[in-house]
Design a protein around this ligand. Structure first.
Ligand SMILES: [Zn+2]
Length: 244
């Protein structure tokens, strides 16, 4: 049974509503995405739209305040159509300053969920959290959405991201544009390549995502992920209250 809290979107609150929300549940949600090529069947904002949908589902269970999703992240298929990637320094500084601002506002637990992944992104996000926690009492939960689920529902525009899209924003999923095999990619040039092994040629779909993806599969997995992350948040809040 999901305990339903009102979901507080930061940008929609008045100042007094905001102060009351932080006092009631000092948890901030930071949804991280990327604007990135996700095949012809999924929108460029797949990672940020996916993680925002998941974060809103977690917040229903826990309360807290949800920040708008951001698209500043590390690679990323940097040479593919519609992708933007950013430097390690920029992303490190952005998140570190963000934690400082959230601490100023009175948050005690920060949940950074990244819907864009790969070790370059995930390792950096975890490092920003570890470095900040080394000098603050704040608890930061920093992870990709799939972490802790076995087997991890992680892919790049594959059956999981397609299923999440079907569940969360079906009007943006275009299965009529999908077919197995070669998917031609508009590329910007070798100087923008982030992953040489994957970006030199057109994309190849080895699986028929029309057969393996579904809205029901996406919706069910979102509930599993939300339950798990909500459990982590409750544990972190209990630690904060106990002064651990
Ligand atoms: Zn993705």
């Amino acid at each position: 049974m999901v305990e339903h809290h009102k979901v507080n979107k930061w940008e929609e609150l008045t100042p007094s509503e905001f102060v009351a929300a932080v006092r009631e549940r000092p948890v901030a949600y930071v949804p991280l995405g990327l604007l990135e090529w996700h095949g012809e069947h999924l929108p460029l904002g797949t990672d940020m739209l996916k993680i925002y949908g998941i974060v809103l589902e977690v917040a229903k269970r826990t309360g807290g305040v949800v920040l708008p999703p951001t698209f500043y992240g590390r690679p990323g298929y940097g040479s593919f159509a519609g992708t933007m990637v950013f430097s390690e320094k920029l992303v490190y500084d952005l998140l570190t300053e963000l934690y400082g601002q959230l601490e100023k506002c009175g948050f005690k637990v920060i949940v950074v969920l990244t819907g864009h992944y790969g070790p370059i992104q995930v390792d950096l996000v975890k490092k920003t959290a570890a470095d900040y926690m080394a000098r603050s009492k704040i608890k930061i939960i920093a992870q990709p959405e799939y972490e802790g689920i076995d087997p991890p529902p992680a892919d790049h525009a594959g059956k999981w991201e397609t299923s999440f899209g079907m569940a969360l924003y079906p009007h943006l999923v275009h299965m009529e544009k999908f077919s197995p095999g070669v998917c031609p990619v508009h590329r910007y040039g070798d100087e923008w390549v982030s992953y040489p092994r994957d970006e030199q040629t057109d994309w190849v779909w080895r699986e028929d995502l029309r057969q393996t993806s579904s809205a029901a599969m996406g919706a069910e997995m979102i509930q599993r992920i939300a339950d798990r992350v909500a459990g982590l948040v409750s544990a972190a809040l209990a630690e904060v209250e106990a002064g651990v």
